[in-house]
Design a protein around this ligand. Structure first.
Ligand SMILES: Nc1ncnc2c1ncn2[C@@H]1O[C@H](COP(=O)(O)OP(=O)(O)OP(=O)(O)O)[C@@H](O)[C@H]1O
Ligand SMILES: [Mg+2]
Length: 494
């Protein structure tokens, strides 16, 4: 009997006849020593009622690991496959050695016996795969070290590249067409491995996705974003903490997978997303709408599919789609086919990652036109955070920050006055205002500009900023602001 048959049979019988509590409780949430110890296996006694379903929990864990290993094999990532098989092996060993009290009922005893038999079968299969892969990995290393045997190297690589022919097919499949290859963030599934695996992922698309990955070295720090406390709190709960403490954010605490940042232009939506990239432990994909539509006309759909596939493989991941309205706006009757397909693909992929409880892929969209978003997209972006115009206290903070580093003689009373007078200015308007004001002392220099030393330039004054306000005015129309406020009342989460 093939392993996969065995597996299906095992799971079928376990899941159907293991009693009600096994359906309701997952041992991982109770006391799986494996999860707590991160590999150090300590065995705790189990109560009478829990013996069987605790062992079933090891099945679940091992199953997840084996599925990952199989997908890693599909991609030709032998090392990753080995890591996952080894983890599965440890889980199975632990499952089999879980002590069972002698006073359990005979029915419970039967169940335990049957699970143990099945675990043993799994152990055999996993050991076989591990042996085969270790041989292959060793073969690949020695061939790559030896310049002599080109022919052998080819043979090895073709063997590695098509693991499905070599035994991996005997393992369970994930029931979803997107493979999970690796969980370590450092491993990038290269286009080569994808191509070699015979998948339908296009090399140039994978390369493009990989270039969209944002380095975590912070370009924007959390503290750089002034105000926006509610938005920060939501991002902290939904993205930053869950990616750092996945163990705590399960079950009811499982984070929402879709978030929309909306609000008038220039108030820190993009900036917040960049701060998330540097603060969270997630792989951050910064996908601009224009890159999905313009450069890759006709391929956008494939690109979306590839994007989610890479994001799953490198999870925890955040997919940030700036200006999401430009690709996900309301479907119009005269909409062209390509954009309709792109949206559908996005929805399908998004549902894929949200329905799998083990995936941690969070989609963050940003827009200043939330009214134009397609309802279906909006429904999936369940948390909608308003990023409003800065209020007086935030304007004060922004002015202080922006003017920092400039020689200026603005007593704090003047800053307060300016904060009051700049009502309606967005964060980027304030930035432009400060830049304009900073030019005033320079303009006064006239022809002397080439002669003076930097410390001879006079400091900034209140009047400079006031004068600059005649040039730089608030950019948001009142009507648009009202529309956004209205939308926030109706659809926003705050
Ligand atoms: N809360 C803020 N804290 C600090 N700087 C800010 C803040 N809001 C806006 N800015 C300034 O405004 C600039 C534009 O901000 P950002 O690009 O994040 O706006 P946005 O909300 O994404 O706008 P758009 O809707 O046009 O994309 C930033 O580079 C920064 O200089
Ligand atoms: Mg932006």
């Amino acid at each position: 009997m093939s392993f996969i048959r065995g597996l299906i049979d095992s799971l079928g019988s376990i899941f159907t006849d293991s009693g009600d509590d096994s359906q309701q409780h997952h041992p991982r949430n109770l006391d799986s020593p494996f999860m707590e110890a991160g590999g150090g296996i300590g065995v705790s006694p189990v109560s009478n009622e829990r013996a069987a379903y605790k062992i079933k929990g090891y099945f679940d864990l091992a199953k997840e690991e084996i599925a990952k290993a199989v997908r890693a094999e599909e991609w030709g990532l032998v090392d990753d496959a080995i890591v996952h098989y080894k983890t599965a092996q440890r889980i199975l060993t632990e499952g089999n050695s879980t002590p069972v009290p002698s006073y359990i009922s005979s029915r419970e005893h039967e169940k335990v016996k049957s699970y143990r038999q099945k675990i043993s079968q799994w152990q055999d299969q996993v050991s076989d795969r591990l042996q085969a892969l270790s041989r292959r990995a060793a073969g690949a290393t020695s061939t790559s070290q030896s310049v002599l045997s080109h022919a052998k190297a080819t043979a090895v690589s073709s063997q590695t590249s098509n693991p499905r022919k070599n035994g991996a097919k005997n393992f369970p499949q994930s029931g979803r067409n997107v493979p999970i290859a690796v969980t370590q963030r450092e491993r990038v599934p290269s286009s080569k491995s994808l191509q070699e695996s015979g998948g339908s992922y296009d090399a140039k698309l994978v390369e493009m996705i990989n270039t969209a990955i944002v380095d975590r070295s912070p370009s924007v720090k959390w503290e750089d974003v002034a105000g926006l406390d509610k938005a920060k709190q939501a991002l902290m709960e939904m993205v930053i903490l869950p990616t750092k403490r996945r163990d705590l954010f399960t079950g009811l605490r499982r984070p929402a997978r879709g978030l929309l940042l909306f609000g008038p232009p220039g108030n820190g939506k993009t900036m917040l997303a960049k701060a998330v990239a540097s603060e969270s432990e997630a792989t951050f994909f910064n996908v601009s709408a224009s890159s999905l539509t313009s450069k890759w006309v006709g391929e956008a759909e494939k690109l979306v599919r590839t994007l989610f596939m890479v994001a799953i493989s490198r999870q925890p991941s955040v997919i940030f789609i700036d200006e999401i309205d430009s690709i996900m706006s309301t479907r119009l009757a005269n909409e062209n086919d390509a954009s309709r397909r792109l949206k559908s693909e996005f929805l399908i992929q998004f549902d894929g990652v949200t329905s799998n409880r083990n995936d941690l892929v969070i989609v963050i969209g940003a827009t200043n036109k939330p009214q134009e978003l397609d309802d279906a997209v909006l429904r999936r972006l369940v948390k909608r955070i308003y990023v409003p115009l800065p209020d007086e206290s935030v304007r004060r903070l922004l002015l202080k920050n922006k003017l920092k580093g400039q020689a200026f003689s603005l007593p704090s009373g003047d800053i307060d006055r300016l904060a009051r007078e700049t009502e309606g200015y967005s964060g980027s308007d304030l930035q432009a205002l400060c830049e304009e004001a900073a030019m005033m002392p320079i303009r006064e220099l006239g022809a002397n500009i080439l002669k003076v030393t930097a410390n001879q330039v006079r400091p900034l004054r209140y009047e400079d900023v006031q004068k600059a306000m005649t040039v730089i005015k608030p950019s948001l129309q009142r009507r648009k602001w009202e529309e956004l406020e209205e939308w926030n009342r109706e659809f926003g989460s705050n």
